[in-house]
Design a protein around this ligand. Structure first.
Ligand SMILES: [Zn+2]
Length: 437
């Protein structure tokens, strides 16, 4: 390999090592602070718990394991494509696919299936540990091994086939427009993300779990009253039987146009009071009213253009400096896929803190709308506490982990906000009064 490439590989390795050590140091410090001096409490309101307890040893242990897994996954996301490139496995796979067909679409299709299968198999032990063993060890999962296996098999088949069909599009663009494929691809991605957001609630999500109308009819009518108060029409509310998979709770708003829906995990309905559930739903309505789904689709496209540009420039630099040592000299050669994935992973990783900062902002605004709609601070705080404590979430993590992993504000920030945001008590105007009847 050429000198410049070897040098950059060493630099990236060093950066990842320093980054990992910094994460561990900041987490250790934060854990000590939480255990020794954590206090956040507010007076008990009508027997509802709005106070965060210091984290248990179990929660700290779980958090540490998740941090280790995150670092390990980061290393694997860089290591696997690098090994593909420098071991010659990528060119070997390309040559094998070329020996099976002369049709370029089929060659790319086959290559992707082989690449996806190998990486899935390499990652399998880590995936099994993080999504099955670990969750069972900490009592967070209800999932049987069979369900885990079948769900994973289904998603592997769906994503590999869809990926194999679509991966020829960037290659076609790279060949046709070598100088600005990154712009075309990012631009094309906007309708694609919109389409996926549109169809996945109807066709993808039900492959894994059962969606149905809210079973508790009293709760259902309260929900439609709340939707009416927020002037939201044509929005369906569903419950999904996530209790077969997990003990954790969640709710989310998804879809666009006539597929828009609010989905409540059945675990949420079971564990929260009616007032708490209505608070959680008000938060989801806030996302809808402020157009967060649409905005994230458009922003996703814009960020993609920027990232693809960097992927193009950096990949071309690698190809130029490799002088053919990687077994390909053109970016449109399918053997470059691990290189594109490597660069994509690097720049996605670098963009993550900015993306998370934006989503944390939208989450705070949805929390604000929730409080303005319900004016029920106690229920918002107590539901937040139940949601986080059952999932063993720490009140706040270390700073680096937060920047890269928190797309919501921390548990502590959200409970504090829920306990303190009451502009109506001081006669101040509401920020979102225009959405409330
Ligand atoms: Zn939210």
């Amino acid at each position: 390999m050429q000198r410049k490439l070897t040098l950059s590989l060493i630099i990236v390795t060093l950066i990842v090592a320093i980054f990992s050590i910094s994460v561990k140091i900041t987490e250790d410090k934060n854990n000590k602070r939480l255990v020794q001096e954590y206090t956040y409490s507010i007076k008990e309101v009508r027997n509802i718990n709005t106070t965060i307890a210091p984290p248990t040893a179990k929660a700290i242990d779980y958090h540490n394991k998740r941090v280790n897994l995150w670092i390990l996954n980061l290393v694997m996301s860089l290591l696997i494509p690098v090994v593909f490139l420098i071991s010659g496995l990528s060119t070997f796979t390309r040559d094998y696919c070329l020996s099976k067909s002369k049709n370029l679409f089929i060659v790319i299709f086959l290559y992707f299936i082989i690449y996806s299968t190998i990486t899935t198999l390499i990652n399998l032990p880590l995936d099994y540990y993080s999504s099955f063993t670990l969750k069972h060890d900490f009592g967070l999962s209800n999932q049987s091994f069979n369900k885990w296996l079948i769900d994973n098999l289904k998603s592997f088949i769906i994503y590999t086939l869809v990926g194999a069909c679509f991966v020829s599009i960037p290659y076609l663009l790279i060949k046709k427009f070598p100088n600005y494929w990154w712009f075309n691809l990012g631009f094309l991605l906007i309708p694609v993300i919109a389409f996926v957001t549109f169809i996945s609630p109807m066709y993808i999500d039900p492959i894994f779990n059962k969606y149905e109308k809210i079973q508790n009819t009293k709760l259902e009518s309260k929900i439609y009253e709340e939707l009416d108060k927020a002037s939201i029409k044509n929005c369906n509310v569903y419950q999904v039987n996530k209790s077969v998979d997990t003990k954790e709770m969640n709710a989310y708003m998804t879809g666009v146009l006539n597929t828009k829906r609010i989905v409540l995990w059945d675990t949420t309905i079971k564990n929260l009071t009616e007032r708490e559930t209505l608070g959680v739903l008000a938060h989801e309505m806030g996302h809808y009213l402020m157009g967060h789904v649409w905005k994230s689709i458009v922003l996703g496209g814009i960020v993609s253009i920027f990232i693809f540009y960097l992927v193009d420039k950096s990949s071309m630099w690698v190809i130029k400096n490799s002088s053919g040592a990687l077994g390909f000299t053109k970016l449109y050669d399918i053997a470059s896929l691990p290189l594109l994935i490597l660069m994509l992973n690097i720049f996605m990783f670098m963009a993550q803190p900015a993306i998370n900062t934006y989503t944390r902002y939208t989450e705070t605004e949805a929390d604000r709308f929730e409080l303005e709609l319900t004016k029920d601070n106690e229920s918002s705080a107590s539901s937040m506490i139940k949601l986080h404590e059952t999932s063993l979430v720490l009140p706040s993590p270390g700073i680096i982990y937060k920047l890269w992993n928190y797309d919501h504000p921390t548990f502590e920030e959200r409970v504090k906000f829920a306990n303190s945001y009451k502009p109506w008590e001081q006669g101040k105007p509401l920020k979102y009064s225009k959405y409330i009847k």
